[in-house]
Structure formats: C-alpha cells, structure tokens
Design a protein around this ligand. Structure first.
Ligand SMILES: C[S@@+](CC[C@H](N)C(=O)[O-])C[C@H]1O[C@@H](n2cnc3c(N)ncnc32)[C@H](O)[C@@H]1O
Length: 291
C-alpha cells in the first residue's frame, strides 16, 4: 500500500523515462484492456475527423487504434518533457521507446490473428503520417490547449490524465469538464481512469490520484450533458496494486454531450445531479464489470 501522505501532485518530479520503463516495457493488463476498449469505441466513429489525445504523457500507444479512424491526430500534454518523448518517436529517433508490442496487441484486438512485423510497421507509419500537432495542455484551464484557435474535435481521448493529475475530486471534476470542452457537439469522448486509487508509483515517487470510480465518472459526464443511453462504462480488474498502486480501471466512451454552454447553464441553475443519482444510473443501466 502506498502511504497517501507521501503522494504528490507536483509534476516537477515527473520522470518520463522512468514512467515508460515502469509502465510500458510490456503490455500490462490495464493497457491490454484499455487498448481493446479504444478499438471497440472506434467502431462508433462514422467518418474519420480530427482527434485529440489529451494528457498523452510520453506515450504513443493510444494513437495506434485511433489512426485509421482519424484524418488528423493532435496530441497534448502538460509537460514538455513528455512531448519530447513523443516527438522522438515521431521522428524515428533511435533512442525512442519501442511501442511495437502495443501495435501487435492493437492489431490483434482489431481481429488480425497473427500480426506480421510489416503490419505493425505500417500502423506506426500511419500514426506518424496522421499526427500534425504536439501541443501543451493544462486541464486546469477552461481553454486547455496552448492553441485554442484550433477549435473543437470530433474525437477526444484522455486516458489516465485527469484523475492521475490530482488527489482532489473537485479539481478532478473541473479537469474532466475542461477536457470535454475540447469536444465538438456530437463528438466522441473516450477515457480511462485508475479506479479507487489514491496514489500511483513512478520510480521512487508517489503521485496523488483522485480516488474515483465508475459512479463518479458517470456523474461528471451526466453533469456535462451526456445522455445515459450514450454512455458505455466498463470496470476491469487488473491486479496491479502491490506493484503500481491500483487494482482496477474504469473505461468509458460517450457520444453527443450537450453543447457546453447549455451544460454550463444547467449547472449554474443548480440542476447538479444529486448525490447517489449518478450511481444508480451509472451502475444499473450502464456499467459492465469484468476481470
Ligand atoms: C499517468 S500520466 C498518463 C499519461 C498517458 N495518458 C498514459 O496513458 O500513460 C498523467 C499525465 O497527466 C499529465 N498532467 C498532469 N497535470 C496535468 C494538467 N493540469 N493538465 C493536463 N495534463 C496533466 C501529466 O503530464 C502526465 O502525462
């Protein structure tokens, strides 16, 4: 168990290389499930448009299933030191992290029984050709991207970002709302979160986590205007608590949130979902739990 008092939200201490080594040397259970979920969620994309991956960290693996469904891919993160690793991979720098095992897993999820090296390379090539912007992003800001003039996106994907950036649930809710602001009305939001986790390890450091679950996530999405019938939620057991700090994850995809202005008006009018209300809607109607 990671002592909560030792956990921090100060990303000055973030070590991207250590994070890659610790979490991404192999396809761990959480990423196997996350990539499988993204592949299935991509089935909801009718026409390839502009996709934003927000809080991408030093990674590119979530881009692998998105590339065939995106005309253009933009990535954003809070830290330049993370984007450096992404750029390194994009320009095929020899020191870049190796994501081939992740490409193989994505192709398998897409139904390729035994992906060839060539298919993996082709997918990586497709990702490189689709990524057109690497941006700085801060979920704490209403205008969360360093280039706000880019407009809203057809698809926004944000995995292990909002809840992994703060130990405070009120801040987490604000982060999720600000990330959702990047989504065009009728667009698709795909997200993943560490479930009921208060802190996760990166090297010798412990980073604070918002300790959220599927009911919290359903609640914030409903508040933002997502209709229950448009939300797909799954909980997966991953059994990584002893090593990394969590033993389950929540995966969600949602389409067609209300235009943000209307959601803001509803919130301002005090029509916030009552405590318990999202739980009932979230758990009974929507949530699939599997291990
Ligand atoms: C646990 S990492 C997840 C990275 C990647 N999405 C993944 O799945 O491995 C959390 C990420 O949140 C980013 N982050 C921290 N504070 C943030 C903020 N205020 N706004 C946006 N991203 C933030 C960090 O830079 C880091 O890349």
């Amino acid at each position: 168990m990671i002592p909560i008092e030792a956990a921090m939200s100060d990303f000055d201490q973030w070590d991207a290389a250590q994070y890659l080594q610790q979490y991404y040397r192999h396809v761990e259970a959480d990423e196997a499930a996350t990539l499988d979920f993204i592949v299935r969620a991509c089935g909801r994309i009718a026409t390839p448009g502009r996709t934003l991956v927000f809080g991408v960290g030093p990674t590119v693996h979530h881009l692998l299933p998105l590339a065939p469904h995106s005309r253009e891919l933009h990535v954003a993160d809070y830290l330049e030191s993370n984007l450096l690793h992404v750029r390194r991979w994009l320009r095929r720098d020899g020191s870049a992290h190796d994501w081939r095992e992740f490409g193989r897993h994505v192709l398998k999820c897409e139904g390729v029984r035994v992906p060839s090296e060539r298919q993996i390379v082709e997918r990586e090539h497709l990702v490189r050709s689709r990524v057109t912007r690497c941006l700085r992003g801060d979920a704490g800001l209403r205008s969360a991207l360093s280039a706000p003039s880019l407009g809203r996106y057809d698809v926004v994907v944000s995995c292990y970002c909002a809840e992994s950036a703060t130990g405070d649930q009120a801040i987490w809710r604000r982060y999720v709302r600000n990330i959702l602001r990047q989504l065009a009305p009728g667009g698709l939001f795909i997200t993943a979160a560490l479930r009921r986790c208060r802190a996760y390890r990166v090297g010798p450091c412990r980073f604070a986590c918002a300790n959220v679950d599927e009911h919290d996530l359903a609640g914030v999405l409903f508040e933002a205007g997502v209709e229950p019938g448009q939300l797909q939620l799954e909980v997966r057991t991953v059994d990584l608590r002893a090593r990394l700090g969590y033993d389950s994850i929540v995966l969600a995809s949602a389409t067609a949130p209300l235009p943000q202005e209307r959601a803001d008006r509803l919130l301002a009018a005090g029509r916030r979902a009552r405590p318990g209300e999202p739980s009932r809607r979230g758990s009974d109607a929507i949530c699939a739990v599997s291990s």
